[in-house]
Design a protein around this ligand. Structure first.
Ligand SMILES: Nc1ncnc2c1ncn2[C@@H]1O[C@H](COP(=O)(O)OP(=O)(O)OP(=O)(O)O)[C@@H](O)[C@H]1O
Length: 264
């Protein structure tokens, strides 16, 4: 039987915070989303639209109140976050998240590579392993292979975020979640990390969802774009439709969504 094209499938996923209280927030409302192999989705929407909540539900950071989530046809709706880790990788906005600051670059990579496995030998101890990580670091083109034994906490945010990206993709994940992973970097470094991301996604034929507030990046990268508003997917653009958009037209669209709120 042919392998299904669908990597991720969300059916009627909803999540409400503080239900029944004055602070109630319907962060996700009946989300239906099918992600196919090789799709690189950019996810945009205003503050509080539900973008991070959507990634949190997919990664298992918390469970939805209703609906179901499947990966490769297997339902994972209530699978614990650590049990999903072999299939789902995530890079966060804060370069400090996802890496262990007091461990060396080599140890961090080694830890990422052994994700989901029982630990045995000292991390990154064998010559073969060193060689493997050396080669992997070279692929970043930042000279970080020369700093394998440096504590990762001593590296710059951009260097650290590049390594976080490498760690997230060392063992090919079924889906790569990028949660505004360049937002904390200066514009030049952000561009570099985005280019690295794009290169990795294409080279490894990864399936990915990337949250961004940068509309140009949302249009430049990826081959599908979703607009989230008040916990709902209000627009789903294909690559062809995306090509027709400009940052101005996308900005106007997001503006009109925000305007419609004030009219309610
Ligand atoms: N753990 C939580 N507990 C309570 N409320 C939450 C929690 N996570 C998110 N929310 C609320 O859910 C709504 C959606 O938040 P979310 O962080 O998903 O938005 P977002 O689109 O990622 O926003 P931003 O662009 O500002 O990061 C917000 O009103 C937020 O305050």
């Amino acid at each position: 039987m042919a392998q299904s094209d669908t990597i991720l499938d969300l059916k009627n996923v909803s999540k409400t915070f503080y239900p029944g209280s004055i602070n109630q927030v319907e962060a996700l409302k009946d989300i239906n989303l099918t992600v196919k192999r090789g799709e690189f989705i950019t996810l945009v929407g205003g503050n509080g639209a539900g973008k991070s909540t959507l990634l949190n539900a997919i990664s298992g950071y918390f469970f939805p109140d209703s609906g179901s989530i499947s990966i490769n046809g297997y339902e994972i709706t209530f699978l614990k976050e650590e049990r999903r880790a072999p299939y789902i990788s995530r890079v966060f906005q804060d370069p400090k998240m996802g890496t262990a600051p007091r461990m060396t670059v080599l140890e961090n990579l080694s830890l990422a590579y052994r994700r989901g496995e029982r630990r045995g030998l000292r991390l990154g101890s064998s010559p073969d392993e060193r060689e493997f990580y050396h080669q992997q670091l070279q692929t970043l083109g930042l000279g970080l292979e020369k700093r394998m034994d440096a504590e990762i906490g001593l590296l710059s945010g951009g260097q650290r975020q590049s390594i976080a990206l490498l760690m997230a993709t060392l063992k090919r994940p079924d889906i790569l979640l990028l949660d505004e992973h360049t937002a904390a970097l200066d514009p030049k470094t952000a561009k570099l990390v985005l280019e690295l991301t794009d290169h990795k996604v294409k080279e490894m034929d990864l399936t990915s969802i990337m949250i961004t507030h940068n509309l140009q990046d949302a249009l430049t990268y990826g081959n599908r774009m979703l607009v989230l508003h008040h916990g709902q997917i209000v627009k789903d653009y294909s690559q062809e439709e995306k090509n027709q958009l400009t940052t101005e037209s996308l900005f106007s669209e997001l503006q009109s969504l925000a305007m419609s709120d004030t009219l309610i």
